[in-house]
Ligand binder design. Structure first.
Ligand SMILES: [Zn+2]
Length: 311
């Protein structure tokens, strides 16, 4: 599907070409290998106006009527009964980069789709699946969607650190116990006065007038994680497997949607709008001034400013 779409010379083709010209700065922050990308084609996402008024005025680009000309759609039937559209992201960060959106126009909300997200990770073990909360970087908070990018694209996958963005890692060997374990972590993001009962767990919002806690989520599946490795004793194998379970999910709780520097006067403004990719170690800016102003210590401060410390 991906190569067919590139060959169609649609807008996706143009932006994937632009991707090869992205400038990259390596930033080691407290031993965590973050990167900064200067990608002018991402300006629409960085600057996205997701206010209800703005959303009402634009055609939804994840609904069939709003997709780009030449953009192909693959229907994915989740074992949970939901249908999702998998499409090439016309404004990519990675290559390939897919959007996975609900076949119905419904709000961005994790819990009704979390199990499907884990099934998708298992069906696409070469991809990492992520979710941007409606106040945490989603450009279409009115239309439920995940994104899928190649495994190992995000530094946090291979260099897990709780220091960088207060990440919480959940690992289990089977899908149902992983789902329950992730929900238990998600429940920690709820403030009591916003709580509502969801099954046996209480999960509500973390901020007034919002319907779910602010969070960014990353999931992937390791197909070979349970096979014993050659040359290791049982004890060694157990130790090494403690970081290699089949189902892996990282949760980032968020305090702020955007950092103060986003709203600063023009001469010191940094147009940086953290979503999952940023929390996971890849900063994206779409203009030259922000790229030059964003030093490693500034990036660390911004991530700390927007991250929430739950545990
Ligand atoms: Zn829609």
């Amino acid at each position: 599907m991906f190569s067919r779409e590139l060959a169609s010379h649609g807008r996706a083709f143009v932006n994937y070409q632009a991707l090869s010209q992205v400038e990259v700065k390596d930033m080691i922050i407290d031993d965590f290998p973050a990167k900064l990308f200067f990608n002018p084609a991402r300006v629409r996402s960085v600057m996205a106006d997701v206010s209800p008024e703005a959303l009402q005025k634009r055609a939804c680009f994840l609904c069939p009527d709003g997709v780009e000309e030449n953009q192909l759609t693959h229907n994915w039937e989740s074992p949970t009964g939901h249908t999702y559209y998998i499409r090439v992201n016309p404004f990519p960060i990675f290559s390939p980069h897919f959007t996975v959106s609900s076949s119905v126009h419904e709000r961005q909300e994790l819990l009704p789709h979390l199990e499907a997200m884990l099934h998708l990770a298992k069906e696409l073990p070469e991809m990492t699946i992520f979710y941007n909360g409606p106040m945490c970087g989603a450009s279409a908070p009115d239309h439920m969607h995940f994104q899928a990018v190649p495994r190992h694209s995000l530094p946090i996958e291979d260099h897990f650190s709780t220091n960088y963005a207060n990440a919480i890692l959940v690992q289990e060997t089977d899908l149902q116990s992983h789902l329950e374990a992730v929900k238990r972590v998600l429940a920690m993001g709820t403030i009591p006065e916003e709580a509502s009962q969801t099954g046996s767990l209480t999960i509500g919002a973390s901020h007034a007038e919002e319907y779910e806690p602010r969070w960014n989520i990353v999931s992937w599946y390791e197909p070979d994680s349970n096979s014993p490795q050659d040359g290791l004793t049982a004890a060694d194998s157990q130790t090494s497997n403690s970081r290699r379970r089949s189902f892996n999910t990282i949760v980032f709780f968020r305090k702020e949607s955007r950092p103060m520097c986003f709203f600063a006067p023009e001469e010191e403004r940094i147009l940086f709008s953290p979503a999952t990719v940023e929390m996971a170690g890849i900063g994206i800016v779409a203009n030259r001034e922000s790229f030059d102003r964003l030093t490693p210590s500034k990036l660390r401060d911004i991530i700390r400013e927007v991250a929430d410390e739950i545990i």
